[in-house]
Design a protein around this ligand. Structure first.
Ligand code: R5P
Length: 292
């Protein structure tokens, strides 16, 4: 096993060298099977290479979050403006019409609820592959607590989900969860994203941070950013813009969309940044014009 101490610090991310083209538009995923590529092409637009995931899975640890009190009222009408729906099987089956025909990134773990002081204790697989296929999932989202109390358990869940995913052609999205006591530094996200990719994640969800282009460069598969707590719309659009400029392949955004003053306008504005090359300022102007 490699030593943990006394290693030379990583520093050369070859930012000017493009990742190898493996004959498939999504980074690092050219050597996967047809079914996997078909599902990845429902997650990431083959045209822009990017994705807008609408995250409304919060209830699986938080119960009824602000804005998600009634998923049928707040989320169902928003879904048509996103590329991918990220939710639990319970939310999808009970509140989201299957006729929307959107790709699904199924929340596939169960984790510690907000009642626990330390939410980084780990998790288990909450959905098996047969059920994920029944839900027509295009991907599974697995929460991973690198550096937290639940590191070992959650990485085991990731590995087993990736095994099943490769068997059935379903990509797994590793999610870098940050517990209360865990770092939120570029150094941490560089470490965590790379670990998840090396263990089999076909895409990684993480938080935007300084030096994000290094995080992207060192992660061999596509990265999407998490939205995080609600920011003013202009700031959230700037974060999305900076992430895309740094090489992120999209966003998986929840509260910054569904808690916005105008969720539909915000979702459409985020999509302008992600798919159409809008700057943050252009997208914010678009948001204001749609809102009024
Ligand atoms: C994050 O790890 C969980 O999946 C969240 O429930 C959700 O995706 C967070 O979305 P946001 O931070 O954009 O509200």
């Amino acid at each position: 096993m490699a030593d943990a101490i006394g290693n030379k610090a990583a520093k050369d991310y070859h930012l000017d060298v493009a990742a190898p083209d493996q004959g498939f538009f999504a980074k690092g995923l050219g050597n996967t099977d047809w079914g996997m590529k078909n599902r990845l092409s429902r997650i990431f637009s083959p045209k822009s290479g990017n994705t807008v995931m609408l995250a409304f899975d919060h209830g699986y640890i938080m119960g009824s979050t602000a804005g998600l009190e009634r998923l049928d009222v707040s989320i169902a009408p928003l879904c048509e403006y996103a590329d991918v729906l990220m939710g639990t099987r319970g939310a999808l089956r009970s509140c989201i019409p299957p006729t929307l025909n959107k790709a699904v990134c199924l929340r596939a773990t169960h984790d510690s609820s907000v009642l626990f002081e330390d939410m980084s204790q780990g998790c288990g697989l909450g959905v098996d592959m047969e059920e994920a296929l029944r839900m027509n999932a295009s991907a599974l989202a697995i929460q991973c607590f690198v550096g937290g109390a639940g590191e070992r358990d959650s990485l085991e869940v990731l590995c087993r989900a990736a095994d099943a995913g490769y068997r059935y052609g379903v990509p797994v999205m590793g999610v870098t969860a940050v517990g209360k006591e865990m770092e939120r530094t570029p150094k941490y996200f560089l470490l965590a994203t790379r670990i998840l990719a090396e263990l089999g994640a076909s895409m990684v969800k993480t938080y935007f941070c300084e030096d994000f282009e290094k995080v992207v460069a060192a992660c061999p598969v596509p990265i999407v950013i998490a939205g995080g707590k609600k920011l003013p719309e202009a700031e959230a659009l700037t974060m999305a813009y900076r992430a895309i400029q740094s090489g992120a392949r999209g966003v998986d955004m929840g509260r910054n969309i569904f808690q916005s003053d105008c969720p539909v306008a915000m979702c459409k504005a985020v999509a302008k940044v992600v798919h159409q090359g809008f700057t943050d300022k252009e997208a914010y102007e678009f948001y204001l014009s749609e809102k009024n």
